[in-house]
Each structure stands twice: as structure tokens, then as C-alpha cells.
Design a protein around this ligand. Structure first.
Ligand SMILES: Nc1ncnc2c1ncn2[C@@H]1O[C@H](COP(=O)(O)OP(=O)(O)O)[C@@H](O)[C@H]1O
Ligand SMILES: [Mg+2]
Length: 277
């Protein structure tokens, strides 16, 4: 479980909070999509969960963030990493090894995974992400999207209880993005992994996440089940988050439909057919 209580963070030298008075509880097994315009504080939020904020970012930290009972301020990054696996927005800063296989081995060896278990974990992680053919490639020779997949594979191999990903599909085409989200759902459903993912593609988020967290100017504006958050399409557009068109349309038709909300094409079709004579 993750708990943020009156949590604020202001980077050293900044004149306003990057995150302001956040109160948020994330239950085990939840799947949360984080959205918000650029500069809203999404990356800062993910780094507060991995402990990089405040351990590697100087600034003023108020309130508390606890992860599986560990207070992030009083716990080491290594200790926190046993609970939270993170995929960074800046993928290059995440890569440690020169070769794909070594990148995955590195984490497994450092986290004390049983030696006999390691080869199986590497095979599985590569196959799950669909990058087995890249196994012996050098990291330098990969495209941005391929690097993203390697970073995700390396973290998944560790089987963290909580997985935090900061725009993991930024360099991926729609098909590959969908593939990553299907995998996240599988990890969430079959391993009970808690997933927190920052993502710009809101259609994708709405289809896969259970809850949405909307950040704006460091403030958690909305946080709840996907459907509840998408009801606020007017507010979302105001702060620069584009809702799925079908959700916006169904919200606009609320006077005719009694407020039924469509979040995907099938639901929109049913809604429109219901309105026709
Ligand atoms: N290392 C840093 N030093 C100072 N200010 C920062 C730093 N990183 C981010 N910020 C500021 O904190 C705010 C939130 O940034 P960030 O968490 O990166 O937002 P997002 O990921 O939503 O784009 C922004 O105003 C940004 O300029
Ligand atoms: Mg960011």
C-alpha cells in the first residue's frame, strides 16, 4: 500500500511547489493511470515513490510518503527498490549495462535473486516484452522504443510488488504501446502487481487503468475510478487533458441520455442507438 499524507515537495531554488498537499492512498493490486499537462508534477510523483525525491533531488519535503509501511525519507533507495520498480521517463539515465542481456542480469544479481532462478527470469522477461531477438544487442544500437522495452523487461524481471512507469510508451508506436499495456494488465491481474503509470495517451489509460489520477500545477485535482474521472470532461479539457472523444460526447448528451457515460466506441454506439427512434 502507498500512502501520501499532506505531501508537498518544492525543488531547491523553485518559487512554487512541484507537488502541493497531496493526499492519496493506493491499495495493493490497484492499476492507476496518472495524467496531467506538462509540468504538472507527474515525474516528481513517480520519483517520490521510488525515493529519488528527496534522496537524489534537493528541495523541501513536507508531509509523508510511505510505501508498504516504509517511510521514504527514512528508508534507503536500495530498501525502497525492493518494493518499488521504476521505469524512468529519461530511459538513457536508467540504462546501466552495455548489452541487453546484461541490463536484465544486473538487477537480478543485485537484488539477490536465487542464482538457479536467474536464467529463467531473463528468458521470461525478454519473451514477455517480445524482445528475445535483441538479447545480445548493445544498448547503443537500439532505437528509443527498443530501449523502453529493455528498461521495462529489466524491471519486470525483478517482480516488484509495485511497478511505477513514467511515460513508458513515449517512444512506441500505437501497436507496441497497446502491447505494453496488455502486459501491465496481465502483471496486475495474475501477479497482483500494483501498477502506477504516467501516460499521455488517455484512450489507452482509460481502457486499461482502474483509476485515474489527474495532476494540474502540482495539485491532485481528481482521483478515482476511470468512469468517475471521465465525467469531468469539461474540467479535464480546461486543464489541457484531452478526454476520449466518446466520453466528451456522451457527457454533452447527458440531458438526453440521463447521464450515461460512454468510455469506448462500443458503449458510444449503444448510447447513440438508444437515442434513435
Ligand atoms: N530537478 C528539478 N529542479 C527544479 N525544478 C524541477 C526539477 N524537476 C522538475 N522541476 C519542476 O517541477 C515541476 C513539476 O515537474 P515534473 O514533475 O517533471 O512534471 P511533469 O512530469 O508532469 O511534466 C515543474 O514546474 C518543473 O519545472
Ligand atoms: Mg514528466
Amino acid at each position: 500500500m502507498i500512502e501520501m499524507r499532506a505531501f508537498s515537495f518544492r525543488y531547491a531554488g523553485a518559487d512554487r511547489d512541484a507537488l502541493s498537499n497531496l493526499n492519496m492512498t493506493v491499495d495493493d493490486g490497484d492499476f492507476i493511470g496518472v495524467i496531467g499537462p506538462s509540468g504538472a508534477g507527474k515525474t516528481t510523483l513517480t520519483q517520490a515513490l521510488s525515493g529519488l525525491v528527496p534522496h537524489r533531488r534537493s528541495g523541501d519535503f513536507f508531509g509523508s510518503v510511505t510505501v508498504n509501511g516504509l517511510d521514504t525519507v527514512n528508508s534507503s533507495l536500495t530498501e525502497l527498490a525492493l518494493h518499488v520498480g521504476s521505469v524512468f521517463q529519461d530511459i538513457d539515465s536508467q540504462m546501466i549495462a552495455g548489452q541487453v542481456e546484461d541490463e536484465i542480469l544486473f538487477g537480478l544479481e543485485n537484488f539477490g535473486v536465487d542464482r538457479a532462478e536467474i536464467p529463467r527470469r531473463v528468458d521470461k522477461a525478454l519473451a514477455d516484452i517480445g524482445i528475445s531477438p535483441l538479447r545480445h544487442r548493445t544498448i547503443d544500437s537500439l532505437s528509443g522504443g527498443q530501449k523502453q522495452k529493455v528498461a521495462i523487461a529489466a524491471i519486470l524481471a525483478l517482480r516488484p510488488k509495485i511497478l511505477v512507469l513514467d511515460e513508458p510508451t513515449g517512444e512506441l508506436d500505437p501497436g507496441a504501446s497497446e502491447q505494453i499495456f496488455r502486459l501491465l494488465r496481465r502483471m496486475n491481474e495474475t501477479h497482483g502487481m500494483t501498477v502506477i503509470v504516467v501516460e499521455q495517451k488517455i484512450m489507452l489509460l482509460s481502457a486499461y487503468a482502474k483509476k485515474l489520477a489527474v495532476l494540474n500545477d502540482g495539485v491532485l485535482e481528481l482521483f478515482g475510478p476511470v468512469r468517475e474521472v471521465l465525467r469531468h470532461s469539461a474540467r479535464l479539457e480546461e486543464i489541457g487533458v484531452h478526454c476520449p472523444r466518446v466520453a466528451t460526447l456522451s457527457n454533452r448528451l447527458a440531458d438526453l441520455t440521463g447521464g450515461a457515460l460512454a468510455v469506448d466506441l462500443d458503449e458510444a454506439e449503444a448510447l447513440v442507438r438508444g437515442l434513435l427512434p
